[in-house]
Design a protein around this ligand. Structure first.
Ligand code: SAM
Length: 302
């Protein structure tokens, strides 16, 4: 995409994620009628197909995000009670459109750089997607939590409602102190909140260093990876929340029904299990919970 200015490289990371999600979706790993319309195409306008290992990784990422969403919905709200969803660094995320949100969803905010949101709106319009009335675009810079808060307030958000905040591969693109500030700001602003994170886990071993080099070669501006080397450091970052659970993606696989894993296993030939497990050990899901959300049941063991 033709983004301009100092944040262009960070904004473009969303294009790569969208291509990978569209690839995994086209093979049947998960359902998403929208992502294919937003993915950059290859030569002759053909959809780009990722390697099986990448598709699997995006499948596991999808499982992790779904587990976070379900944990919020089943553990933080009573049936029919009002709630909000706030997706931070939403990019071309289609969570608002591709899944059913139970009754009570008041507003669903996508917080992003305005340039990314504008492109997303144009692509969805071209795809004739029908946008729900509760979906709101919130152009704001996550490096300035007070700006995010003001932008949400100007759109009439009720901060007191149980709120699912989601950051899927976003915090690593902020400077470490900026990510810390966002994590510290959230529970004060949202007294009943569930902050779900999917993120790289800082590399300490050889595979981790390989991953870092891989991102650097692609000029991927990962900023706070090294600063958050393990689960404990990631939990500490969310220390302003009443409770924090964090596990690597092996625990997400362990929490997935076996029939579902068997279904996915048959979608394309695959034998790189060692690489997949190494990758899974280098990504985490984290749930930081505050107020009423802090008493929701545990999602993962391990
Ligand atoms: N969450 C989406 C997903 O998983 O498909 C997009 C992930 S993409 C790797 C990272 C996104 O974070 C980009 O869309 C980028 O523009 C956004 N982002 C990074 N820094 C940001 C900031 N300071 N303010 C707003 N958005 C930001």
């Amino acid at each position: 995409a033709d983004y301009a200015g100092a944040d262009a490289t960070v904004q473009a990371t969303n294009d790569s994620a969208t291509v990978s999600k569209a690839s995994a979706c086209s093979l049947g790993y998960f359902d998403d009628p929208f992502v294919g319309h937003m993915a950059v195409r290859g030569p002759k306008g053909r959809p780009i197909r990722r390697a099986p290992l990448i598709n699997r990784c995006y499948y596991v990422r999808h499982l992790g995000i779904t587990q976070l969403q379900e944990a919020f919905l089943s553990g933080c709200i009573s049936p029919g009670e009002d709630y909000n969803v706030v997706v931070l660094g939403a990019g071309f995320d289609t969570g608002a459109l591709r899944r059913t949100w139970p009754a009570g969803l008041k507003d669903y905010y996508e917080v992003e750089f305005p340039a990314v949101l504008q492109r997303k709106q144009a692509l969805l319009k071209r795809a004739n997607a029908k946008l729900p009335s509760w979906l709101r675009s919130c152009g704001a810079d996550l490096r300035k939590p007070k700006e995010v808060e003001a932008s949400l307030r100007s759109q009439g958000i009720d901060f007191s409602l149980p709120t699912l905040l989601l950051a899927e591969v976003v915090l690593a693109y902020l400077e470490p102190l900026e990510g810390d500030a966002l994590a510290a700001w959230a529970p004060g602003c949202f007294p009943n909140s569930f902050f779900g994170v999917y993120e790289q886990l800082g590399p300490l071993d050889a595979f981790g260093r390989f991953m870092l080099r891989h991102f650097r070669e692609r000029q991927c501006p990962l900023r706070s990876l090294v600063a958050r080397p393990d689960l404990a450091a990631n939990r500490r970052r969310f220390g302003a929340f009443a409770r924090v659970d964090a596990v690597d993606m092996m625990s997400v696989l362990a929490a997935t029904p076996k029939e579902e894993l068997r279904r996915a296993a048959n979608l394309e030939p695959f034998d790189e299990f060692e690489e997949l497990h190494l990758k899974c050990a280098h990504y985490l899901v984290l749930a930081a919970m505050h107020g009423r959300c802090a008493s929701s049941p545990a999602i993962w063991t391990g």
